[in-house]
Design a protein around this ligand. Structure first.
Ligand code: AMP
Ligand code: GLY
Length: 421
């Protein structure tokens, strides 16, 4: 079978890398891909949100399965379009992907179905937003309603910071149309974990837990990013807590979506805060996490392709996932300035040396080939991912590999996995 992976980040490199290992797969394509996906797949020069050209490519090349990485094409309805033309594609429909595409829809769904989450106000009125912010002492979180690549969230220490955030989202339109509405919510304290699960709309098959590191700098300081590193398993996310999340979050969410006439198939990703009052949902995503997918897929023993197929065919109840007992850690190397503006086109050194290390895979994110070199072409550039017999050795292996890779302005957090101690 020929498989098409849609997207260009570290998550897509990890997906293409894992799919290429399947005995069911003869060839993998990645659109548009990066310099790393080119090592395991054939890159196709079509943007991830150009649905009509992707469809044309899939039909012309007899693609048996399409796997979508990023949220944008899902929210634009890529799954609906492919299905209309009789093509097999893994992911939620446009209506189901709204669970990520609109924070207001997501919060209202949780509220209606009793899924634990922070108290909130969703509004299109700047005045109402500001009144809510003024009425709340202490920290509060302000979020653009629509998609903003993980950057539309401001954790504000007090109401004056919250007012600034509201102005930036709603008045200055820092995230464009995504800021037509805001969600303002109660600040939740605790450790964050990500639980991703396959679902065919009925059965929910969870992956192992993972922990992301959203803030740009060590000690969770600085602005929010798409994610600066991740590891799995996360010891704080005990089997009992995972079970609790399955019962109070994942299964109710999948049932709620079915009841709302938006049956959900694909990966459902819950971003959770483990509070002293139990796990609460920060957000749902309609796709694999980036960078969580990199350590998760390093640990996945089973072939991933039958899992995609079972979600499409609604036979997920017949599947299981085997995991390696090892831990895995992914350190994201980013361009100087990220998540703000950054330079592109800088030559990266040391990739081959790092790749030779045992138990290490250097997943590419914002890279491209240029004149025989690999150069930076995005904010998050690489996800240096390693296995180890426990978290500490996986951390050591990942940083040992990271230390061999250099470019002018490379920055990365030095404390990925530190909370696992
Ligand atoms: P979101 O995109 O909604 O998951 O928010 C991005 C990040 O902002 C989360 O991963 C958290 O680190 C932080 N965050 C979001 N909502 C809250 C909240 N209610 N309390 C504390 N931190 C939050
Ligand atoms: N790692 C955060 C995300 O994928 O949204």
């Amino acid at each position: 079978m020929k498989v098409l992976v849609v997207g260009a980040g570290g998550r897509e490199h990890a997906l293409a890398w894992k799919i290429a290992q399947s005995p069911l797969v003869e060839q993998v394509f990645c659109a548009p891909g990066n310099a790393g996906t080119a090592l395991v797949a054939e890159n196709v020069d079509i943007a991830a949100d150009n649905i009509e050209r992707l469809l044309e490519f899939a039909r012309e090349n007899n693609i048996g399965l399409t796997v979508v990485g990023p949220e944008q094409p899902l929210v634009l309805g890529i799954v609906d379009r492919f299905q209309e033309k009789g093509l097999r594609i893994f992911g939620p429909s446009k209506h189901a992907a709204e669970i990520e595409g609109s924070k207001e829809f997501c919060k209202d769904l949780m509220w209606q179905y009793g899924i634990p989450t922070a108290d909130y106000l969703a509004t299109a009125s700047m005045k109402e937003a500001k009144i809510y912010a003024m009425d709340h002492e202490g920290p509060i979180v302000v979020k653009a309603d629509g998609l903003a690549a993980g950057k539309g969230v401001f954790v504000c220490g007090d109401s004056s910071q919250a007012i600034k955030a509201i102005n930036s989202i709603m008045k200055d339109k820092a995230f464009g149309e995504a800021g037509n509405q805001v969600v303002i919510e109660e600040f939740l304290k605790g450790q964050e974990v990500s639980l991703l699960a396959f679902t065919d709309g009925k059965t929910v098959l969870p992956l192992e837990g993972a922990q992301d590191h959203k803030a740009a700098y060590d000690g969770d300081k600085g602005p929010n990013t798409g994610g600066m590193g991740a590891y799995s398993p996360a010891p704080v996310f005990t089997p009992e807590l995972k079970q609790q999340v399955m019962e109070t979050v994942m299964l109710p969410a999948v049932r709620a979506m079915a009841k709302e006439g938006r049956p959900y198939k694909g990966i459902l990703y819950a971003g959770l805060m483990l509070t002293s009052n139990g796990p609460k949902v920060l957000e749902f995503n309609a796709r694999f996490g980036d960078p969580e997918t990199q350590p998760l897929l390093m640990r996945m023993q089973s072939d991933i392709v039958p899992l995609f197929e079972a979600c499409i065919d609604e036979t997920l109840d017949q599947q299981q996932i085997q995991w390696k007992p090892d831990s895995s850690v992914c350190v994201v190397m980013a361009a100087a300035g990220y998540p703000g503006s950054y330079q592109k086109g800088t030559v990266i050194q040391g990739l081959e040396e790092a790749a030779k290390l045992p138990d290490v895979v250097v997943f590419h994110a914002g890279t491209k080939s240029s004149g025989g070199n690999v150069v930076t072409s995005g904010g998050r550039v690489l996800g240096v991912t390693a296995l180890g017999h426990d978290t500490q050795s996986a951390i050591a292996n990942a940083y040992n590999a990271t230390a061999r890779i250099t470019w002018d302005g490379a920055q990365y957090r030095k404390d990925i996995g530190g909370k696992a101690k």
